[in-house]
Ligand binder design. Structure first.
Ligand SMILES: [Zn+2]
Length: 253
């Protein structure tokens, strides 16, 4: 017992020493807050983030300082230029239905109640694409309204690979239909840049977004989180005429 205490003190001491090294102001990004109560499930927007269909990733041009203290300004101020489907983001019905886009069913029309509340994280990594059969086998109880699907994409760390990977998995159109017809799910979260498998890209989006009741969250960061029920909070930016938006998504235990 005494030994353990000694080592703890020593360890803490070393840690304090390490913290006293140069650059004490440097902060590293974190994934877990409040001793494991809050999990950030948002991918960091940065140069190596994959972009749908691209070999090169996001690159460096998404942000630049338009005013800089180093150049004599009194503040640093940056400007962003981003596709609305960058990284962890949300699709609105107007993304795939032009009539909905014209009628204002864009990112501003999404129901914040759906985007915030209890959510189930399920592992589907043993399967490939999410078909009707896979959906059936998951036995998601009626009444569950938000589900985050962790697939092989997380296992393969695809969101950490700059080059777009066309062999990602996602919903097949029959899986989407099954979900719409047989469950109460109103929020569908996935772990790569599209909710739909590449072969069923548009049809799957059309099935999910037709009723304007289902919200799609794409590009979630679901590694190192145990399956189960959490409180999900997902907030897209409020931008007029945007068909989608990057979002900050978190899970709370
Ligand atoms: Zn999207």
């Amino acid at each position: 017992m005494g030994n353990v205490h000694f080592f703890l003190v020593l360890y803490t001491g070393l840690f304090a020493l390490a913290a006293g090294r140069p650059y004490p102001m440097r902060r590293y990004s974190r994934e877990v807050y409040d001793n494991g109560r809050i999990f950030d499930i948002t991918h960091m927007i940065g140069p190596n983030l994959p972009v749908f269909g691209s070999k090169n990733g996001l690159g460096h041009d998404y942000i630049r300082l338009v005013e800089s203290i180093k150049n004599g300004s009194i503040v640093n101020q940056s400007e962003m230029k981003l596709n609305t489907h960058t990284g962890t983001h949300i699709d609105s019905p107007g993304h795939v239905y032009d009539k909905y886009y014209d009628a204002g069913f864009n990112i501003n029309s999404l129901d914040l109640e759906v985007l915030n509340g209890p959510a189930l994280l399920v592992d589907v990594w043993r399967h490939g694409n999410i078909t009707a059969e896979v959906m059936k086998s998951l036995n998601i109880p009626k009444g569950v309204r938000r589900v985050l699907f962790r697939t092989l994409n997380t296992e393969r760390r695809l969101m950490f690979k700059k080059e777009f990977e066309s062999s990602y998995v996602g919903f097949m159109v029959d899986g989407a239909k099954w979900l719409v017809e047989n469950t109460d799910i109103k929020l569908v979260g996935v772990d790569y840049l599209s909710v739909a498998a590449l072969v069923d890209l548009l049809p799957t989006h059309l099935v999910f977004l037709k009723s304007r009741e289902i919200i799609l969250v794409e590009g979630l960061k679901l590694d190192n989180i145990n399956p189960g029920v959490y409180d999900l909070h997902c907030l897209p930016l409020r931008i007029l005429r945007a068909d989608g938006s990057p979002a900050r998504c978190i899970l709370i235990k």
